[in-house]
Design a protein. Structure first.
Lengths: 180, 243
């Protein structure tokens, strides 16, 4: 077999293996998406420019069905919360914290935090200069997840993708010239 | 960050740059015992249906390739037919500005033209098979990551800055409760979300908005006659050779 042919076949194999995570496997992962949103804020403290919060998050499947609740902790860049006009929520730095450790940090001053739902049309928060009361948009605490039922299925979907994907690739080559 | 605007002419105007007639539904929809919508046969069969892709494509073609001249006298049916056919024969992937736009006399915009010449426009634009042969259909069988959807939202924002009108395929494949095509023409940003204004061929003259949730990186399609509203996946079509 010529070297160029081997390279071509190797390229095809690499491309096909890349696509394997695409169809069934990818759609399975997509179907198992979970979203976590804060439901109840229990306590919060301010450590310099870092807001530390402990809260209960509700876990929902994509269409909003609640599938569980989790205790969570987070450390948030409080200076970003005070920026006006407000920053987009995904630009506010948040890192997970063990919920048991949220209030244990020495020098962390307890503060009152108001959780804003972040729905359309909600008035922008007023951030007091003394930061005695902080408005925290709930979407800042959003986390992504994947349902546990997905993982046992992956060997099966990967095996099926190995068979299906080359067929789809051939069909796609046929389909392409017929399309608009 | 949005790209600097280029000389592309006025932005897509609603409803002026859209059709005055509707793409009708094949079936009626009723709420079933599980709270979901179910198809039931229509009492009166729809006359103009399964054309959302075709109408979005055509509206985009008119936006890019046609220029309306209301000061010129109206033409006869044969002339209008030839002009619409000329517009429809152009490349839907072309963006403004294009050379040699098709001049349509006697009407100020597509909305008025498609109301005044409804039967003619419907006949020329009609292509129910067009939906099945839209090149970008392959994309729906692949997964859509949250990152992909965030990129789409950013792309739409950039397109608005260039006065473009992205044609957008809205799906939930492998679920088939929505498989629709619209044109995005505006955006309103808040820290939590982006509300994209879009032209829905099913609702002529009715401005609609689709929500992009920045935290979830997910688009949410509004309630419609055929869809109860909720998360969807979106991607742009007629924007590149593979789409």
């Amino acid at each position: 077999m010529r070297r160029s042919t081997r390279r071509l076949l190797a390229s095809f194999a690499v491309a096909a293996s890349g696509l394997q995570v695409a169809c069934l496997t990818g759609k399975t992962l997509e179907g198992g998406r979970l979203d976590e949103s804060p439901e109840t804020l229990h306590e919060a403290c301010l450590d310099g420019d870092t807001l530390r919060v402990r809260y209960t998050a509700v876990v929902t499947a994509e269409f909003g069905e609640a599938v569980g609740r989790r205790e969570r902790g987070a450390a948030i860049d409080a200076s970003a919360l005070a920026v006006q006009p407000r920053l987009p929520v995904h630009e506010i730095a948040v890192s997970p914290v063990d919920p048991a450790d949220v209030m244990r940090r020495a020098g962390c001053r307890p503060v009152e935090v108001r959780l804003m739902a972040g729905a359309s049309g909600e008035a922008p928060p007023e951030i007091p200069r003394d930061r005695a009361r902080i408005a925290l948009p709930a979407p800042v605490l959003h986390r992504d997840g994947t349902a546990a039922w997905v993982w046992p299925l992956l060997p099966v979907t990967l095996a099926l993708d190995t068979v299906v994907t080359p067929t789809l690739a051939v069909l796609w080559v046929v389909y392409f010239p017929m399309t608009d | 960050m949005a790209s600097p605007p280029r000389e592309a002419g006025p932005a897509f105007r609603f409803p002026e740059d859209t059709f005055a007639f509707a793409n009708e539904l094949v079936s009626d929809y009723v709420v079933g015992p599980n709270g979901r919508l179910h198809m039931v046969p229509r009492e009166v069969p729809s006359e103009y249906r399964q054309n959302c892709v075709t109408m979005a494509r055509a509206a985009r073609l008119f936006y890019a390739h046609a220029r309306f001249e209301p000061s010129q006298p109206r033409a006869d049916a044969a002339t209008y037919t030839a002009l619409v056919e000329e517009v429809m024969s152009r490349d839907p992937r072309d963006k403004r500005p294009v050379s040699g736009p098709v001049v349509i006399p006697g009407y100020p915009n597509l909305y008025a033209f498609s109301r005044g010449e409804e039967r003619l426009v419907k006949r020329v634009v009609d292509d129910r098979l067009g939906a099945y042969f839209q090149r970008g259909n392959w994309r729906m069988i692949l997964p859509f990551t949250r990152g992909h959807q965030r990129n789409m939202a950013e792309r739409f924002l950039e397109a608005m800055g260039r006065a473009e009108a992205p044609v957008v395929h809205v799906v939930r494949f492998p679920a088939v409760d929505i498989n629709h095509t619209v044109i995005v023409y505006g955006a309103e940003e808040t820290p939590e979300e982006i509300l994209f204004a879009f032209y829905d061929p099913n609702y002529p003259g009715l401005p609609r908005r689709m929500r992009y949730d920045r935290a979830r990186r997910t688009f949410e399609y509004p309630e419609s006659d055929f869809f109860s509203g909720g998360p969807v996946r979106v991607y742009e079509v007629y924007d590149a050779p593979l789409y």
